[in-house]
Design a protein around this ligand. Structure first.
Ligand code: CMC
Length: 388
């Protein structure tokens, strides 16, 4: 108290205590509740990871069955919510439609404002995790001008999402299990990343004790920004522009001369390989086995090889991050680039909610209200219009 520290971007300020996600950026470690991301990606499902993030422990079989059942039976949207999405122009960006419709959900569940009641909190957490893929699929179909496909609760979480996106004439669409698995892994890798920009937005807005839909809508808004969720789309544009491996040396020279950045490289926290990038590389192989190899993969691999041996990147500790390969997978799964960040948002929702839940139960947490260093004028007399 009384001391104001200037720290734009909170680079050196801890805004909370948290027991959810641990990162060691120098060693390339990412753990959810102490479990290494590599083990979760290999052995777990997205809903099991969501349970872990929310409750702190892996579920027993009975707990998992109940959780999956609860989520599955909350996937439908109120019809008026569907009409709300229909009100957007055909070319509205999916992330903006998602942000607005997540916040609109709070009007359908007015009891959500009673955040002191654990049962009310849990009901909204279940609803949001269940409904966000439906919202994501509906905004996609709206953008494409295609009829909405309702949830099919016989399917798993991720199969259901893919069916709502891509099913044309019931019941012919069936997602390849290897593609479902790859998307599950991507969701797991994105599920939480401690105090990143969107999570900080959820916590900051949530600290006013508003309902969780409003807090998570703020997170979706933060994620929409190009410095946060948009890098995978930028990687794809960059690879398309490079076109052939012959053009890589010139491109790298341009990066080293400061003309542009090698997108998908570097990270504020990871100064060693991003552990998520390693796992995504393997998922790439699995996906391309089904879809055929994306020709851009060769360029990405060659770029990575050259960059990892080049002094410029080595000296600055620049390694591939989570976004370097994820766009290639999303493209192979036939998502248009503007949907990439929606996929990120679906994956990040359990993390946002676990962080929100931790925040509202933390007795030490106060309303977010940073100080400022005032740089403007001090007390002066009002000037009448005729004298200005
Ligand atoms: N390509 C070329 N040079 C780079 C890159 C890059 N991708 N990233 C950093 N540098 C250079 C930078 O120019 C600086 O050089 P110098 O010391 O000569 O001035 C040095 O490396 C340190 O960079 P910085 O900008 O101080 O690092 P930061 O921690 O502020 O930025 C970053 C981290 C992720 C914003 C940045 O590395 C970047 O812009 N990368 C490309 C965009 C990208 O892939 N973003 C995805 C982030 S992971 C997804 C997520 O978690 O949301």
């Amino acid at each position: 108290p009384g001391i104001a520290t200037y720290d734009p971007g909170f680079v050196n300020t801890s805004s909370c205590r948290s027991s959810i996600t641990y990162i060691d950026g120098d060693k390339g470690i990412l753990e959810y509740r102490g479990y290494p991301i590599e083990q979760l990606a290999e052995h777990s499902t997205f809903l099991e990871v969501a349970y872990l993030l929310l409750h702190g422990e892996l579920p027993t079989q009975t707990q998992l069955d109940e959780w999956v059942h609860d989520v599955t039976y909350h996937t439908f949207l109120h019809e008026n919510c569907k009409q709300f999405i229909e009100g957007f122009r055909y070319d509205a960006h999916p992330m903006v439609m998602l942000m607005a419709s997540v916040s609109a959900l709070s009007t359908f569940y007015p009891e959500a404002g009673d955040i002191s009641d654990p049962e009310v909190r849990q009901a909204q957490i279940t609803r949001l995790i269940a409904k966000i893929p439906t919202l994501g699929a509906f905004v996609f179909r709206h953008q494409q001008g295609k009829p909405y496909v309702y949830p099919d609760n016989r399917l798993s979480y991720t199969e259901n999402f893919l069916a709502m996106l891509f099913r044309m004439s019931e019941p012919t669409y069936q997602a390849d299990p290897r593609l479902v698995q790859a998307l599950e892994v991507l969701f797991i890798l994105h599920a939480d990343h401690e105090q990143n920009c969107s999570t900080n937005a959820v916590r900051s807005v949530g600290s006013s004790q508003v309902d969780p839909y409003s807090a998570v809508a703020a997170g979706v808004g933060a994620l929409y920004g190009p410095l946060h969720g948009g890098a995978n789309e930028a990687v794809l544009r960059m690879l398309n522009r490079i076109k052939t491996t012959d053009n890589i040396p010139d491109f790298i020279d341009g990066v080293k001369a400061g003309k542009e950045k090698l997108m998908g490289f570097g990270h504020r926290v990871y100064k060693n390989y991003d552990p998520r990038a390693k796992i995504i590389k393997k998922a790439c192989d699995d996906v391309f086995e089904v879809t055929g190899v994306n020709p851009l993969l060769k360029i990405a691999q060659e770029l990575e090889k050259i960059a990892l041996e080049d002094e410029y990147f080595v000296k600055r500790k620049l390694y591939p991050n989570v976004d370097f390969y994820s766009g290639l997978i999303y493209e192979a799964l036939e998502f248009p680039p503007e949907m990439f960040t929606v996929l990120f948002a679906i994956g990040r929702t359990p993390g946002w909610l676990a962080q929100w839940s931790e925040l509202v139960q933390d007795k030490e947490q106060k309303i977010a209200r940073p100080k400022q260093i005032y740089t403007g004028e001090r007390t002066r007399d009002f000037i009448p219009m005729s004298e200005r």
